[in-house]
Design a protein around this ligand. Structure first.
Ligand SMILES: [Zn+2]
Length: 124
């Protein structure tokens, strides 16, 4: 019960989904097209790393506890979230993440559920 659904929203509105590990508080970095795909591999996901130069600044949401979101980096091509292998509260922006990738965006953490989550919140 300590894992939760998460989502990433790209600048053009594309939303991809991931599994959030609430026990250790980190994003399991592989992205999927739907919550159903995430659920199908629940607790079996492997972390994924972006290996191309197409990382984008995104909004990242975790539906854990009361929900929270922050700005981070993700790649729709590699289907990977970057810089999230530790709890977002603990991230010091500017230091490399656990994969050695730079964290380029300043951290701001927002409590609560972002508006864009609501219409897609239905079933998982
Ligand atoms: Zn990539």
């Amino acid at each position: 019960m300590s894992h939760a659904m998460g989502a990433v929203r790209f600048p053009d509105g594309l939303i991809l989904y991931y599994e959030y590990d609430g026990t250790s508080d980190f994003v399991i970095s592989c992205l999927h097209d739907s919550k159903a795909e995430v659920s199908a591999e629940w607790r079996k996901h492997s972390p994924r790393v972006c290996t191309c130069p197409k990382m984008e600044t995104v909004e990242i949401y975790a539906d854990y506890g009361n929900g929270f979101s922050w700005v981070g980096l993700a790649c729709r091509i590699c289907r990977a979230v970057a810089g999230c292998s530790r709890h977002p509260f603990e991230i010091e922006w500017g230091e490399p993440d656990d994969f050695g990738l730079p964290r380029e965006t300043p951290r701001e953490l927002y409590n609560g559920i972002p508006d864009w989550w609501y219409p897609k919140r239905a079933k998982y």
